[in-house]
Design a protein around this ligand. Structure first.
Ligand SMILES: Cc1cc2nc3c(=O)[nH]c(=O)nc-3n(C[C@H](O)[C@H](O)[C@H](O)COP(=O)(O)OP(=O)(O)OC[C@H]3O[C@@H](n4cnc5c(N)ncnc54)[C@H](O)[C@@H]3O)c2cc1C
Length: 406
């Protein structure tokens, strides 16, 4: 059986790895072909910033640079899917070649989404993929670049601002709301804001960018909604992401913002699954459907797809939202909903601990400065445990340890 996997991120690679783990030694061997739009072995986007700062490669190529060889996967890199002919079970690529399949996995991840005129001009960079990040860092390291202007203070915007700051650039970030507005409440966002400002990053919050201004095809500034223009040597668009679904137009496969899937991660077409940043899945805690673009979801979804292909009756338990910041010098973790019907809060010696509750169940939490308890809160959240019996003890950093010891 021929399995074609579009995408070599954690979703795609976990499909391949799980299939190889479960194939019986004497049974059917699957022919696996994996496609990547980029010219590298499968890599980890979360490890990119560290890679550029320290040169480390072990976490960047997290399954080894020889992962595909080891897994006996035919790997075609530097190739972009441009169309799906579902009747003929065939995917076509930008070089005119095509691959036929018996089972198809779409794990094409996401790309930058910048609703700003001029976002595709020369001089506007992004940090969404290794190839894009390499171009940006190359510029930053040329020595002729002194300043950078990042549009968007979401997770990736903050990550790239910290990296460029460490590389010695004067960094300005503009954001129309507050820092990481989808992940953080105002109080936690303010801790991050202070940390970034203390690092020397010029943070302009509640400031909207309208467009990139152009001269001879190059970006020369960012125009704000008040008419002002901010200038820098390089510009980075970090205003959001959009699933890579463009090649599915006219394929007959149902597409929304991403690819809607059921709890077996099957798409609307038989024999076609989707996993990772490209898939619209259900939130484990809130039941809402959207694209949950984080690494652990991509890994878990890849494994479920592999098991479904092999005929196991497994279901995907739902996605979660959890993120941490690594380069700030301030440990921070944010999970789940930002707002509920009430919250519990404790703040000691510059640390902050906030639990977001809905009907006395944790639906989200934020920890800054001291991450103890994160695993316990996550578990209480996913199991929807009524936390009233714990009283305010639940806010103790050692809460889980004491409970387990008792
Ligand atoms: C800078 C950065 C930092 C991050 N930090 C964290 C973090 O700390 N924690 C966390 O949980 N998540 C983090 N993430 C998010 C995480 O990396 C993603 O959720 C995860 O990589 C998604 O995996 P994926 O396999 O779905 O897609 P991706 O990893 O994006 O891989 C997509 C693959 O599809 C290929 N592709 C795309 N289009 C096509 C096409 N048309 N044809 C063929 N191939 C195609 C690409 O080349 C790539 O191989 C970060 C992301 C970035 C960019």
């Amino acid at each position: 059986m021929r399995i074609l996997i579009l995408g070599a991120g954690p979703a795609g690679l976990n499909v391949a790895e799980r299939i190889r783990q479960l194939e019986s030694a004497g049974g059917e061997r699957f022919e696996i072909t994996m496609i990547s739009a980029e010219p590298y072995p499968p890599y980890s986007p979360p490890a990119m910033a560290d890679h550029f700062l320290t040169g480390e490669k072990t976490r960047l190529f997290w399954k080894g640079e020889d992962a595909c060889e080891r897994l006996n996967v035919r790997y075609r890199s530097g190739l972009t899917a441009t169309g799906l002919d579902s009747a003929a079970h065939k995917v076509v690529f930008n070089d005119g070649s095509a691959e036929s399949y018996d089972r198809l996995v779409i794990a094409t991840g996401s790309r930058p989404w910048a609703p700003l005129a001029g976002h595709d001009l020369d001089g506007v960079y992004n940090f969404k993929s290794l190839s894009a990040a390499e171009k940006l860092v190359e510029q930053a390291e040329l020595g002729q670049v002194e300043s950078a202007l990042v549009v968007g203070a979401g997770f990736i915007g903050v990550e790239v601002a910290l990296l460029l700051n460490e590389l010695g650039l004067n960094v300005t970030v503009i954001e129309k709301e507050t820092v990481m507005p989808k992940m953080l409440d105002e109080e936690t966002a303010d801790i991050v804001r202070k940390t970034l400002v203390a690092r020397g990053i010029d943070l302009r919050l509640h400031t909207s960018a309208l467009s990139f201004s152009e001269l001879d095809g190059r970006a020369i500034g960012v125009v704000l909604d008040n008419g002002d223009m901010l200038k820098a040597n390089v510009y980075i668009a970090a205003t959001g992401i959009k699933p890579n679904v463009g090649f599915l137009e006219d394929s007959g496969l149902e597409v929304g913002w991403g690819i809607p899937v059921d709890d077996t991660l099957a798409t609307s077409l038989p024999g076609v699954w989707a996993a990772g940043d490209v898939a619209e899945t259900t939130d484990r805690v809130t039941g809402e459907r959207y694209v949950h673009a984080i690494w652990p979801n991509a890994v878990a979804q890849g494994k479920v797809v592999a098991e479904r292909i092999l005929g196991y009756d497994v279901r995907y338990g739902g996605a979660e939202i959890m993120n941490s910041l690594k380069h700030m010098g301030l440990p921070l973790i944010a999970a789940g909903a930002v707002k509920g019907d009430r919250e519990l809060r404790a703040s000691h010696h510059g640390t902050l601990r906030k639990l977001v509750l809905e009907n006395d169940r944790i639906v989200g939490f934020r920890l800054a400065g001291d991450l103890r308890g994160a695993g316990v809160y996550r578990s209480l959240m996913l199991k929807k445990v009524d936390i009233r019996p714990f009283g305010t003890e639940v806010l103790e950093p050692t809460f889980g340890i004491h409970r387990l010891a008792a």
